[in-house]
Structures are given as C-alpha cells and as structure tokens.
Design a protein around this ligand. Structure first.
Ligand SMILES: [Zn+2]
Length: 205
C-alpha cells in the first residue's frame, strides 16, 4: 500500500505535467481494440509486459482467468464480456493465463480440495470446464510439467467457453472478433500464444 501512495505522489509530481493532455483526451471516451481476461495474480502486469497503457485494453481479472460459460453466472466477468463485445466492439479477446498459477494448483488437486476454505474459487473452478484429469496432464510427469500442461488445456478451454456466449460466437463468425489464448511464462518473462494450426503454444513474436 505504501508503494502505491508513493507511486501516486511520483505520478502527480513528475509525470502528470507531461500527461495532462493525454488524460484530458482519455476523459472523452475509450475505444480499446483488445479485451484481456487475465488472472488476478500480482505478477501479471500488462503495462510492464505488453506496454498496455490507459485506454489500450479493456481488462477483466479473476483468479485463474476463468471464463464461466454463458448463463451460468449473471454478473461479474460475464458483464465485462458483454460490455467488451456488445458496447466497445473489441476486435480481440485475449485469455491470458500464466505459469505458477495458484488457481491451476488448486484445479490440479480438484476443485473439492479448496471448497472449505475458498468456496467461491472452488465454484469457479467447477464451472471452468477444464478437465484436470486430462490424460495429457496425468502423463506429464513431474508436478511442474503437469501444471504447465493443465495451464495450456485451461486456456484453450476458456477460449471455448467464450464461444458459448452467443454474441461472441456471432462476432467471430463474421470475422469482427478474434479470440486468442496467451500464457505468460513468468520465470522466462516470455509470452506464448495458442497456434490453432499446430494445436500448440508458440512464442508470441
Ligand atoms: Zn493465476
């Protein structure tokens, strides 16, 4: 918290003089072309990693970058998906997962494993439709490889979950919207993207 207050002080004193016009323009409206559905994890910083500045991205976040299927929850991130696609008419949605994810840890042990302590997260993990007993995960071997395999499956499944939203599927069908799956490998500071042609994750650039 202290860091945030100091950061704000620095912003007001040192940066704002250069950015006054920029913020005045921002007040006139937003027109981001990309909607990020990211994990809440503090290590996933879109600004630092991708240079996403104010006005560049519409952002929703929850533990595990979960996209609950259409009509399973009314509110929360479903509202963000509605707004991004129907009102802002974003051209891209990025499901943005990452390695070393606490939610993926919980999922790999099964949603029941956290039900008592974290009932809301457990419920979200039940709804995310990722098969944590998938053969690829079970065959991965050591825990780190299993978690990485699960993270990839999970991001792909959340992309599929987006298609359960009729307005997402409709916008994709007309080519007005593309859905992407990205994974931030924290230790390497590297972003990989899902490549449908090879059904694998490859370096973003
Ligand atoms: Zn996470």
């Amino acid at each position: 918290m202290e860091k945030a207050i100091r950061g704000y002080e620095y912003f007001r004193e040192k940066l704002l003089p250069k950015y006054r016009e920029f913020y005045a323009l921002l007040a006139q409206g937003q027109n981001p072309d990309t909607f990020f559905i990211r994990c809440s994890d503090s290590r996933v910083c879109l600004w630092k990693l991708l240079g996403i500045e104010p006005g560049d991205g519409f952002i929703a976040g929850n533990p595990g970058n979960i996209v609950t299927p259409w009509n399973t929850v009314l509110g929360g991130d479903q509202a963000a998906i509605e707004y991004a696609v129907k009102v802002l008419k974003v051209r891209h949605i990025v499901v943005f997962g990452h390695t070393c994810c606490g939610a993926m840890n919980a999922l790999i042990n099964g949603p029941e494993s956290v039900k008592e302590q974290l009932p809301a997260l457990s419920n979200m993990l039940c709804m995310c439709r990722t098969d944590h007993m998938h053969p690829l995960v079970l065959a991965a071997g050591d825990p780190e490889k299993a978690q990485n395999a699960l993270t990839e499956l999970h991001v792909k499944q959340q992309m599929l979950n987006l298609d359960t939203y009729p307005f997402v599927a409709a916008a994709r069908a007309t080519g007005d919207l593309q859905v992407h799956g990205w994974i931030f490998k924290i230790a390497d500071a590297e972003v990989n993207r899902y490549d449908a042609s090879t059904d694998s994750f490859v370096h973003l650039i």
